[in-house]
Ligand binder design. Structure first.
Ligand SMILES: Nc1ncnc2c1ncn2[C@@H]1O[C@H](COP(=O)(O)OP(=O)(O)OP(=O)(O)O)[C@@H](O)[C@H]1O
Ligand SMILES: Nc1ncnc2c1ncn2[C@@H]1O[C@H](COP(=O)(O)OP(=O)(O)OP(=O)(O)O)[C@@H](O)[C@H]1O
Ligand SMILES: [Mg+2]
Ligand SMILES: [Mg+2]
Lengths: 223, 223
């Protein structure tokens, strides 16, 4: 359902070229739960941003349900992002002037069949923090609002950049159960960047990046 | 060398009072390496911010080398923060218009005997990223600039809020070795908030918070 074909991305820094991604080709089946591993700076966020239509590759294509996501201009890309994708950013990207509830609501209003914002926040243990603003929330609470916002959309494609980075063991486990539940019950194709090894245990497939290249692509036989 | 005495902090949210910290009393000896554990929202960052003079308690005092840090007004507090403390923020707080090198330089210029900015960045594996701006760095790279900036000061007190949250296993291990080395070679009193269990292994003492209270305070017999 999601196809990455020959994608490369580089940055020119004076005389040095930083190759963030080099010739990445991957196909993702509907409903697959994929974990993306790799050292700091190996290209994981760059790949996720390109798949999510937040960044454009220098070469290569990304296709969703057979259609090139970059072929329909800015409007087509915005539509893809709004309707099809739930994105959990590495830096959360919450709107500081809106409460937790309003941050989730902003996104659920854009789609046809969302969860209620309150329901999504309850799922991640923030039922008693709905009226707090981002600056009034702990790091892990902000991260969980970002997760609630992404899953509340009931998206076809869920892209999560380090969803448990700021969480302790048991809160992280709670969040992973939410992600795994959404993947299983809605058939959401799910890509999770993580350093949390227990997440790879629940994945169908584990892909490892190193210096912008895929160095391992392993199927999990747990299912 | 650092004393927290009867510190409490609450937030009034409409009809509900959120008790972020409740009557915390702790003494930290010079050169101690302390790990602070606790679930998301348990009050860890609030405690660290109060110890670092970035926030003021509702009641109780914080004393550094016998002097109440809040007793000398804004000027005294600014001086305490600049000279005595290296702070690694949960959200890095880098200046987006300055390069990695300049971000570290800004801080080393304030003290008498700092490391060179280049040296500090090399220590955390960013020798080849010195001229990148924060927006041109991966999440883990930004976190490492924040760490370089804190240790380059050669501070008396090093306060780290989740210094390995965005890092993979081996990069996280590198960072912990830097923190542990600074603590050992400079005798820096070090408080580290983390969810990374391997850090508690290297600590002299492990303190656990739950709902704003200290529920465990354990000495490590490894040394
Ligand atoms: N705008 C940019 N200009 C220059 N270099 C960049 C830019 N954005 C990213 N990079 C570089 O590209 C590389 C890959 O970055 P990316 O954010 O994808 O890494 P990552 O795998 O997500 O790392 P982390 O685990 O630390 O978040 C990094 O080494 C980074 O320094
Ligand atoms: N300005 C504020 N107004 C209201 N409540 C606040 C404010 N700042 C923090 N809180 C609440 O205080 C509690 C403690 O926050 P703190 O940031 O210290 O937690 P933490 O232990 O660092 O969590 P994490 O591991 O998620 O970073 C949280 O439940 C948070 O919602
Ligand atoms: Mg990243
Ligand atoms: Mg915190």
């Amino acid at each position: 359902v999601l196809s990455v074909d020959g994608v490369s991305k580089s940055y020119l820094m004076g005389e040095v070229t930083v190759k963030a991604l080099h010739d990445i080709s991957l196909d993702f089946g509907a409903g697959q739960l994929v974990v993306l591993l790799g050292a700091s700076g190996s290209g994981k966020s760059t790949l996720l941003n390109i798949v999510g239509g937040l960044d454009v590759p220098d070469s290569g294509t990304v296709s969703f349900k057979g259609l090139n996501i970059n072929a329909k201009g800015e409007a087509g890309l915005t539509d893809y992002r709004r309707r099809s994708i739930g994105f959990v950013f590495q830096f959360y990207n919450l709107i500081s002037s809106l409460s937790a509830l309003e941050n989730v609501q902003l996104v659920t209003e854009l789609v046809d069949n969302p969860m209620s914002p309150a329901e999504a926040l309850e799922l991640v243990g923030l039922g008693d923090r709905m009226n707090h603003f981002p600056s009034q929330l702990s790091g892990g609470e902000q991260q969980r609002v970002a997760i609630a916002r992404a899953v509340a959309k009931r998206p076809e494609l869920l892209l999560c950049d380090e969803p448990t980075g700021a969480l302790d063991y048991s809160t992280g486990k709670l969040v992973l159960e939410v992600i795994e539940k959404v993947n299983r019950e809605l058939g959401t194709t799910t890509l999770v960047i993580t350093h949390n090894v227990s997440i790879s245990g629940m994945a169908d497939r584990v892909i490892t990046l190193r210096s912008g290249e895929v160095v391992e692509d392993r199927r999990n036989e747990k299912k």
